[in-house]
Design a protein around this ligand. Structure first.
Ligand code: AMP
Length: 508
């Protein structure tokens, strides 16, 4: 088995004039040109004094050069930390110090703000701009290509800081072998080959756009239409040239909002994949009605890469995340880690070559979440049905315990989403003097409708046990989401924290 993520890859694409990146302005970068740029970035990292195992932090705009720096770091065995461009200097400061990064790469515009951060952390600061200019980009142009650093299976390729909404963000240690094994499985499971063209509109600081999409395209030898961000207009323009798209659910809902999404414009597509947040069953259905394609939903996380997927052939079941991927074990457990019978809800635990090496500098946290036998406690609640399909019902920390009873937010959200006038909903728990926690539903109405609270309550009364019914229903124009389309329930919990205990309760 290959130890280095790129074992064999550079050799395979050497001299290949086939496209790897297609940019919105029509510029094309071949596999060979991209890998050459990466090899020179590897050389520039070595020339800056970094050796295998050292860390480089990057807070860059999505661009060819950002991707090439990453590929260069991987080639040279240097561990990289991709940081969300939205992070403030204070946040960057935490990541750079925590990781002990020797070098921080930033966009030229942010150099003045980040100079004190780098200095305080003892890291060098250099720039790479989205247009390929910048002090480090210039160095790479004249650098000698560095060879592929020999790597052992457990050697780290990346530190991905989780977007934790509570407590300190944790650096998930991803090894070369973690990334390699997952990319190989996905290429095969989703049938990628060099005839594909992958539409890429995801950020590349997060596992989805960074590893799932990019590594699959590199391994399959196919090009990516590489867009700086998701924008309905640009995506619609490029869909006719693509064969596959990986997206978060909001990509699909936004495209559905545009009447130009037709069967014709996706005639050349063979696969739509969704993940990173739950795809509503309704979106699945609407997408199929409009385009004739059934979206393939899969489930993964920063710490584990991809865990499960709906089948390529066979039934792609809406509302489920399919089956554990080949070589990956997934079970539903109680708090002690005992496996529960099929159909029961519990915590999902996962084991396989995809599972990370632990949290950087956090042995206690690692021991809490990684069992000695290798199972990772995902923190997601779910069940496996009789046919083997996995369904996620929410994050463990989102579970509501009201009057001593467990309420799974997803069950209440699904009941609400089915009601006339409801576009979508988010259900959270808020402290309650009698019940401990009470169920709060935040409802986004369908455009042009104003659902009636009493009608919603009456409808829920016939569908849900009394303890699951919302004690408060609030209407909002939309739900707070992060870049990956995840509903930020922590923000909602803050907003409704005093609904039952404070003076400013909303009308129930
Ligand atoms: P991240 O580490 O940012 O990729 O977030 C991972 C989390 O996103 C998982 O633990 C799940 O809670 C959630 N997630 C990812 N994919 C799905 C999916 N298809 N359906 C529901 N939740 C998902």
């Amino acid at each position: 088995m290959a130890n280095h993520l790129y074992d064999g890859l550079f050799a395979r694409h050497e001299g290949s004039t086939r496209d790897f990146l297609i940019l919105p302005d029509g510029t094309r970068v071949s596999h060979a040109a991209f890998l050459d740029r990466a090899a020179r970035y590897a050389g520039a990292l070595a020339a800056a004094g970094l050796v295998p195992g050292d860390r480089v932090a990057l807070q860059l705009e999505k661009s060819v050069d950002m991707l090439a720096v990453i590929a260069g770091a991987i080639r040279a065995g240097i561990v990289f930390l991709p940081l969300n461009p939205a992070y403030t200097s204070a946040e960057v400061s935490y990541f750079v110090s925590d990781a002990g990064a020797k070098l921080l790469l930033c966009d030229g515009r942010n150099e003045p703000a980040l100079a004190p951060v780098a200095e305080a952390a003892g890291a060098a600061l250099l720039t790479v701009n989205a247009d390929g200019s910048g002090s480090f980009a210039d160095r790479a142009r004249t650098a000698t290509a560095a060879p592929i650093a020999p790597r052992q299976p457990g050697d780290l390729a990346a530190l991905l800081y989780t977007s934790g909404t509570t407590g300190r963000s944790k650096g998930a240690m991803m090894s070369h072998a973690n990334l390699r094994s997952n990319a190989e499985v996905l290429v095969d499971y989703w049938r990628f080959d060099d005839r594909d063209v992958l539409l890429h509109a995801l950020p590349i600081f997060h596992t989805h756009g960074l590893f799932v999409a990019t590594n699959v395209a590199l391994m399959a030898g196919c090009p990516m239409i590489f867009l700086p961000r998701f924008d309905t207009e640009t995506v619609l323009r490029h869909l006719p040239q693509a064969t596959a798209m990986m997206g978060v659910p909001t990509f699909y809902t936004r495209l559905l909002d545009d009447p130009r999404l037709t069967r014709d414009c996706v005639a050349g597509m063979r696969l739509f994949i969704s993940g990173s947040a739950p795809l509503l069953a309704e979106t699945h259905r609407l997408w199929e009605d409009r385009t004739g394609h059934r979206i393939l939903e899969r489930y993964g996380m920063t710490e584990t890469n991809m865990n499960s997927s709906n089948p390529y052939e066979g039934e792609r079941r809406a509302g489920t995340v399919g089956f554990p991927l080949p070589g990956i074990e997934l079970k539903v457990c109680d708090a002690e880690g005992h496996e529960l019978p099929r159909g029961e809800i519990g915590t999902l635990e996962v084991r396989g070559p995809n599972v990370f090496q632990g949290y950087w500098n956090m042995p206690a946290k690692t021991a809490e979440e990684l069992r000695p036998d290798g199972f990772f406690i995902t923190g997601d609640l779910g069940l496996i049905d009789a046919a083997g399909y996995v369904t996620i019902v929410g994050r463990g920390k989102d579970l509501i315990i009201s009057g001593g009873f467990n309420v799974y937010p997803k069950e209440v959200e699904m009941a609400l989403d089915d009601l006339p006038g409801v576009h979508e909903s988010a259900v959270i728990g808020a402290p309650h003097p009698d019940f401990g926690e009470a169920v709060v539903a935040v409802v986004v109405p369908q455009p042009g409708t104003t659902p009636d609270r009493h009608a919603l309550r009456a409808a829920l009364d016939t569908r849900l046990a009394r303890f699951k019914q919302p004690k408060l229903i609030a209407f909002r124009a939309d739900l707070p989401r992060n870049t990956m389309g995840k509903v930020q329930k922590a923000l909602l919990r803050d907003e409704f924290r005093e609904s039952f205990t404070g003076s400013g309760a909303e009308p129930a």
